[in-house]
Ligand binder design. Sequence first.
Ligand SMILES: *Cc1c(COP(=O)(O)O)cnc(C)c1O
Length: 331
Amino acid sequence: MYNLPPALADVLTLPSPLESMTLDGSLARIWCKRDDLIHPIISGNKWRKLSQTITALGHRRVTQDSVHLISFGGGHSNHLHALAYTCFVLGYEFTAIVRGHYTGNETPCLQDLAAWSSHIIYTDKSQYKRYTDPSHPEHQASIQALQTSHPNAIILPEGGYSVDALAGSAMCMTEIATQLPQAYDQYSAVPQKVLVVSPVATGATLAGLVAAKYCDVLGIAVLKGQGYLEDNVSELLCDEHYDRDNTWWINHDYVTRGYAKSSPVLDGFITSWNAANPTLLVESCYSGKALWGLSELVKSGHLKHYTDIVFLHTGGLQATRNLSTNSIDKK
Ligand SMILES: *Cc1c(COP(=O)(O)O)cnc(C)c1O
């Protein structure tokens, strides 16, 4: 199923475990797909999204030039963190283009990147937007210029957002499809109506889960993007019949004030959840927000026609080391 470069195969936990868990007031069986356990640093869904690219590179016959990857992210980026460490393990050169100037004020994430020998380039917001926003009129030219100055480098999109990410994310669903029936006593019940629930920031993870066509998929938005996120997912799937099937949707009720912003209720949920579940920790940016949303939806009876609900823990716990909420946008 996996064809990983040996240096990675040694350190990644794949398939990630599927565990049973409980949520108050649920009639369905609740499961947790522990992508947070794939690796302590190579964060779950960021690994899924990068896995196709990294696996392909790992098996390429590397000639005189070593591999050099370039990507983009903020000062707390799970994507840069996961990718930088992956490159470090594989001996690849890595350049991180970071939104904002952190010289003398490096976040724990950026300190790690430096320790893993990444090159770090700080850019202001407007230059960053040129690199990362495909609708920016100078986007193509900026990427072209970057490529020209690093002719052998492979430039990967911000957050691992690409059509290539889907196959990696779909792999997570393939694992669930194998593990869930095995988790039952083979002589009694079998899963009947399954729902997989995942946080959504760009939608690439969600699109991959849908593309696997195993069961219904609910995304819980962690940032403001009603309409836009649905469009992202449809566009990535590039196949109108997924829409007609109506087997996936995104809930926008648990965003709070926006990306990486919390609320007293969300903080309260996370504090009591983490105190009661020390082996299944969540954070407020992604997993905690999505789990809070799921637990509210379960309580309200909205999901009562599902027999099995699988909460996808996408990882991301590195960011909890410094979650002062507004430091992300300040720079
Ligand atoms: C990036 C990230 C997400 C969001 O994934 P998308 O594919 O952008 O929707 C969810 N969880 C964690 C932990 C992440 O780091």
